[in-house]
Design a protein around this ligand. Sequence first.
Ligand code: ZN
Length: 121
Amino acid sequence: MSRLTTLKPRLKAIDTRRLKTLNSEELRVTGSARVGLKRRIYTRDDGCCCMCKRFVELRDSELDHRIALQFGGGNDESNLWTLCVECHAGKTARETSTRQPDREALKHDVPAGEGLPVTIV
Ligand SMILES: [Zn+2]
Protein backbone atom coordinates (compact mmCIF):
# COMPACT_ATOMS: atom_id res chain seq x y z
CA MET A 1 0.00 0.00 0.00
CA SER A 2 2.90 2.31 -0.47
CA ARG A 3 1.24 3.95 -3.47
CA LEU A 4 -1.45 5.43 -1.41
CA THR A 5 -0.67 9.06 -1.02
CA THR A 6 -2.50 11.92 0.43
CA LEU A 7 -4.53 13.77 -2.16
CA LYS A 8 -4.04 17.46 -2.29
CA PRO A 9 -7.16 19.39 -1.51
CA ARG A 10 -8.67 20.65 -4.71
CA LEU A 11 -10.77 23.33 -3.18
CA LYS A 12 -9.08 26.52 -2.31
CA ALA A 13 -10.36 29.01 0.12
CA ILE A 14 -11.86 31.99 -1.67
CA ASP A 15 -9.81 35.11 -1.35
CA THR A 16 -12.47 37.48 -0.13
CA ARG A 17 -10.28 40.47 -0.80
CA ARG A 18 -11.01 39.96 -4.46
CA LEU A 19 -14.76 40.06 -3.99
CA LYS A 20 -15.92 43.60 -4.45
CA THR A 21 -18.95 44.86 -2.69
CA LEU A 22 -21.24 47.15 -4.56
CA ASN A 23 -20.63 50.55 -3.11
CA SER A 24 -22.12 53.91 -3.92
CA GLU A 25 -19.28 54.83 -6.27
CA GLU A 26 -20.22 51.97 -8.58
CA LEU A 27 -23.79 53.19 -8.78
CA ARG A 28 -22.61 56.52 -10.06
CA VAL A 29 -23.50 57.42 -13.62
CA THR A 30 -20.35 58.29 -15.53
CA GLY A 31 -19.06 59.18 -18.96
CA SER A 32 -21.23 60.08 -21.92
CA ALA A 33 -24.37 58.79 -20.19
CA ARG A 34 -23.74 61.36 -17.51
CA VAL A 35 -23.28 64.19 -20.00
CA GLY A 36 -26.62 63.44 -21.66
CA LEU A 37 -28.31 63.05 -18.32
CA LYS A 38 -26.90 66.31 -17.04
CA ARG A 39 -28.18 68.17 -20.09
CA ARG A 40 -31.62 66.60 -19.76
CA ILE A 41 -31.91 67.48 -16.08
CA TYR A 42 -30.57 70.97 -16.78
CA THR A 43 -33.27 71.48 -19.41
CA ARG A 44 -35.93 70.17 -17.06
CA ASP A 45 -34.73 72.58 -14.38
CA ASP A 46 -34.91 75.51 -16.86
CA GLY A 47 -31.20 76.13 -16.43
CA CYS A 48 -31.62 77.21 -12.84
CA CYS A 49 -30.02 76.08 -9.64
CA CYS A 50 -32.68 74.15 -7.72
CA MET A 51 -31.58 75.62 -4.40
CA CYS A 52 -30.93 79.33 -4.98
CA LYS A 53 -32.99 79.55 -8.22
CA ARG A 54 -30.27 81.49 -9.98
CA PHE A 55 -29.73 80.92 -13.68
CA VAL A 56 -26.55 78.98 -14.38
CA GLU A 57 -24.81 78.19 -17.63
CA LEU A 58 -24.79 74.49 -18.47
CA ARG A 59 -21.00 74.37 -18.20
CA ASP A 60 -21.13 76.02 -14.78
CA SER A 61 -23.97 73.86 -13.49
CA GLU A 62 -23.53 70.67 -11.57
CA LEU A 63 -25.66 67.56 -11.70
CA ASP A 64 -26.32 66.53 -8.14
CA HIS A 65 -28.19 63.88 -6.19
CA ARG A 66 -30.65 65.67 -3.91
CA ILE A 67 -30.24 62.81 -1.48
CA ALA A 68 -26.67 61.64 -1.95
CA LEU A 69 -26.06 58.03 -2.97
CA GLN A 70 -24.23 57.42 0.27
CA PHE A 71 -27.44 58.26 2.15
CA GLY A 72 -29.53 55.90 0.08
CA GLY A 73 -30.62 58.28 -2.66
CA GLY A 74 -31.19 56.79 -6.09
CA ASN A 75 -30.07 57.56 -9.61
CA ASP A 76 -33.59 58.22 -10.84
CA GLU A 77 -34.42 61.64 -12.17
CA SER A 78 -36.66 62.44 -9.23
CA ASN A 79 -33.50 62.53 -7.13
CA LEU A 80 -31.36 64.43 -9.62
CA TRP A 81 -31.21 68.15 -9.98
CA THR A 82 -29.13 71.05 -11.19
CA LEU A 83 -27.12 73.07 -8.71
CA CYS A 84 -24.78 76.00 -9.10
CA VAL A 85 -21.21 75.49 -7.97
CA GLU A 86 -21.72 77.46 -4.73
CA CYS A 87 -24.85 75.59 -3.62
CA HIS A 88 -23.32 72.25 -4.51
CA ALA A 89 -20.16 73.01 -2.57
CA GLY A 90 -22.17 74.17 0.46
CA LYS A 91 -24.43 71.13 0.33
CA THR A 92 -21.51 68.74 0.05
CA ALA A 93 -19.71 70.45 2.93
CA ARG A 94 -22.78 70.19 5.18
CA GLU A 95 -23.31 66.55 4.24
CA THR A 96 -19.69 65.79 5.00
CA SER A 97 -19.75 67.48 8.39
CA THR A 98 -23.14 66.14 9.53
CA ARG A 99 -22.92 62.80 7.71
CA GLN A 100 -26.58 63.21 6.93
CA PRO A 101 -28.64 64.34 3.95
CA ASP A 102 -28.45 68.11 3.75
CA ARG A 103 -31.44 69.72 5.45
CA GLU A 104 -31.14 72.86 3.36
CA ALA A 105 -31.39 70.80 0.19
CA LEU A 106 -34.42 68.89 1.50
CA LYS A 107 -36.31 72.19 1.78
CA HIS A 108 -36.25 72.35 -2.00
CA ASP A 109 -38.05 70.06 -4.37
CA VAL A 110 -36.89 68.52 -7.59
CA PRO A 111 -38.82 70.20 -10.43
CA ALA A 112 -41.37 67.83 -11.91
CA GLY A 113 -40.53 68.85 -15.46
CA GLU A 114 -42.71 68.53 -18.50
CA GLY A 115 -42.89 65.54 -20.74
CA LEU A 116 -40.89 63.39 -18.42
CA PRO A 117 -42.36 60.13 -17.27
CA VAL A 118 -43.97 60.49 -13.87
CA THR A 119 -43.63 57.61 -11.49
CA ILE A 120 -46.71 57.00 -9.41
CA VAL A 121 -45.95 54.97 -6.32
ZN1 ZN B 1 -27.40 77.79 -6.24
